[in-house]
Design a protein. Structure first.
Length: 403
């Protein structure tokens, strides 16, 4: 039965291959989309595991309002505000807040040896490295001290790959906007493809950051505030207290606030919602590709039935049953699906490998490997069922007389 089906497919090679391509596209879409979606999800989860329930930070934008405004920048919908030293002091005074750290940032010209680039530089209090000690781990040297000036702590990529063949190490001197800074520490690789921005970070003391970006900042302005919550305190209750104090400082209502206090739960819910929407969208694309592949198989098998009416008549006249005829056509359509699954899976692996070289995260699970082959054969059988049934039900006398 299988040999007979394969022989028939070989006689119509061009049409068979065109049909197989439809299945290949569906399988590639399924494997690549699901693998990258799961890879992104895992990378984000791993990244957030360092952002524990005892940490939060404040940024000068109402994220919820920005989302509902659809990116509008006009009128009362503008969700941006400013944070000041007064807000830092107010947040620090809330019961349960153990540590606070200020941050300013902006683009600067950074020169090391004979290479000069424009990149983002962060000016922060040294407590940032203790608050996020699981995330920003010092590999060589140390973090700069509270009263220290003109010091640099480099992310892993900023030390090892940002300068071509040269590597910046402890003791190296860099120019930032024409001023000399000395590297006092370098950090370990964060180990997530989603952390490329943080691996490329260049940190300088807060006072130096204020000096570098004074033309961009108002008096006593800070770009963000980082906080650590003491043990035994509920993070959500502390967040609510900070919200109330900062809203009073800014003379706005909580519904109209121009800042956001971000907790680990907030990030997880937001990222989960985005990944959920992305998965649904990509599933829709995969479903469309699958339907197209199935229609291609059905069309091929219906054409095969019309071309082989006399052959069906001959088979029935020599004793072939309806079940035999149906199995012949179902075997052909299943084989088309299987071959499409094999080629599609191989193409998907190649695409994922290339994407991985460019830092795209992906996770290929064994269950998807098994599902792909069951799925592709299933699509072939489902798409070939009606043509096979049509062939099986033919009257052998009329089929023999068909011209």
């Amino acid at each position: 039965m299988v040999d007979y089906a394969i022989k028939n497919l070989r006689t119509r090679q061009l049409r068979s291959w065109l049909t197989i391509i439809g299945i290949v596209i569906g399988v590639v879409a399924m494997v690549v989309i699901t693998s990258i979606t799961e890879g992104v999800s895992k990378s984000v989860t791993d990244l957030l595991s360092t952002f524990g329930p005892d940490k939060m930070f404040i940024i000068p934008i109402n994220i919820e309002k920005a989302s509902s405004a659809g990116g509008s920048m006009g009128g009362s919908q503008v969700p941006f505000g400013k944070l000041y030293q007064k807000d830092v002091d107010s947040a620090a005074s809330v019961p349960g807040v153990k540590e606070t750290a200020r941050l300013v940032y902006g683009r600067a010209s950074v020169k090391f040896k004979d290479k000069e680039i424009s990149t983002q530089v962060f000016g922060g209090d040294p407590k940032i490295f203790t608050i996020f000690s699981d995330f920003f781990q010092i590999e060589k040297g140390r973090a700069y001290m509270e009263s220290e000036r003109k010091a640099i702590v480099l992310g892993y990529d900023a030390a090892n790959s940002m300068w071509g063949k040269d590597k910046a190490d402890v003791g190296s001197v860099m120019e930032i906007n024409g001023r000399d800074f000395r590297v006092v520490g370098t950090m370990t690789d964060i180990g997530s493809s989603m952390a490329a921005h943080d691996n490329a970070a260049i940190f300088v003391p807060f006072a130096d950051g204020r000096e570098l970006f004074k033309s961009q900042l108002a008096n006593n302005e800070v770009s963000a505030i980082y906080l650590q919550i003491d043990q035994g305190f509920d993070a959500n209750e502390v967040k609510d207290a900070i919200d109330a104090k900062l809203a009073s400082n800014h003379r706005v209502t909580l519904d109209n606030r121009d800042f956001t206090v971000i907790t680990g739960d907030f990030i997880r819910e937001t990222v989960g919602s985005i990944l959920g929407l992305l998965s649904e969208l990509l599933f829709g694309i995969t479903a469309i590709a699958t339907v197209v592949g199935g229609i291609g198989i059905s069309n091929t098998m219906f054409m095969a039935v019309l071309e082989r009416v006399r052959e069906i008549g001959v088979l029935k006249s020599i004793g072939a049953t309806e079940r035999d005829i149906q199995l012949i056509f179902l075997t052909e359509s299943a084989f088309i699906g299987f071959l499409g699954g094999v080629l599609g899976f191989a193409a998907a692996l190649a695409i994922l490998f290339v994407a991985g070289q460019f830092g795209v995260p992906y996770l290929l699970r064994i269950r998807w490997v098994l599902f792909v082959f069951v799925f592709s054969v299933g699509v072939g059988v489902a798409a070939g069922f009606l043509p096979a049934r049509q062939a099986a039900k033919m009257d052998p006398v009329k089929a023999l007389g068909y011209i």
